[in-house]
Ligand binder design. Sequence first.
Ligand SMILES: [Ca+2]
Length: 412
Amino acid sequence: MQVTRRWVALSGAAALVAGCSGGSGGSAVQIEEPALRPQPNPRYDAWVESFYNRATSRGITRATLDAGFRNAGYLPGVVERDRNQTEFSRSLEDYLAIVASPEKVAAGRSNYQSRSKLLSEIENRYGVPANVVTAVWGMESNYGARRGNIPVISATSTLAYDGRRGEFFEKQLISALKIIQRGDVPASRLVGSWAGAMGHTQFIPTTFEAYAVDFRGDGRRDIWSDDPTDGLASAAAYLAKSGWKRGHLWGLEVRIPSGFNTSVAGRGNRRSVASWTSIGVQNAKGGRIPDFGSAALLLPSGASGPAFLVFRNFDAILRYNNSTNYGIGVGYLSDRIAGAGPLAARFPPDKYGLTIRDRQEIQSRLTAKGFDTGGSDGVIGPKTEAAISAYQSQAGLAVTGRPSAALLTSLR
Ligand SMILES: [Ca+2]
């Protein structure tokens, strides 16, 4: 993870972790996990005292510091999460199955319609289409359902004190205090993820400072409220400042001819649309490829999987989170929200030689036999692996915890 990233840590991926932090947000939230309640720590207290001096020299008043730290404290659960972050990359197929699941698409369409007036006002002002803003909202906080309820002063001061990424989190802490000082939100409502990502669009404090907007001009930039107005406008403002071009697309799914030289794929190789079409790249859903300037060809699952041609607006999305999966996730979800169907191309079999349908069948058959896989989305996670192991053990098979064609046959 790069600390310079605007969406700290898991961002879009936060929505990928079942039961991840978050919650209903709002002001009177209950933190149930004991490790996420402040715990006595004299060394943390001493650190806070020394921090007071540094903060004062950065323009934070004593009154703001007192308000900010009144109910703040050391949160061991936050350090635990910071230590246990695992760097792994999901396949695009798994990623899209989660971030653009049928439920997420349905919820996106419903919000896109019910918020259409606000979203078109935002689109008019910043030039970012309503469906794209809605998709970012879905990726970041599941349309506001997972805004996070961990006090930001506690979380960022704990991580600044802890020191593994101390400098970065001290910057976040200073910014968080400035937010309180300016009166955007009272200290009691300054909540977010364990890593300090806040509100509907999970801005970290420094990003909030630089990009959040007060859309209706009521004097407060409130991305925490149940009302998503400022949150959605802030996401659009951020995309616009990141170079989003009004009227252009993020990209689209394309088809490549057989025998295509895949070495031309990758974000680093930009060509004109005419140049791509001259070597056989076609719109996957028929018709011509719209021309929004130079474009890169992405083949995230190799030559036999879905192909994408991405324009400059794709790079604007990546300013949020510099991950190709994230960019395609936002783009694809935004298309689905606006009414498009699923991808035209199928994904190739996974490393186990299984298609998503095979994996879904394994999950539903395990579930029917009483081994809980936590759903049948075709994504093999720890729950499915445990269910496979339990089944294998009961059936007298070698316990691998891994899906396979033989496992599927055995389940049938
Ligand atoms: Ca406002």
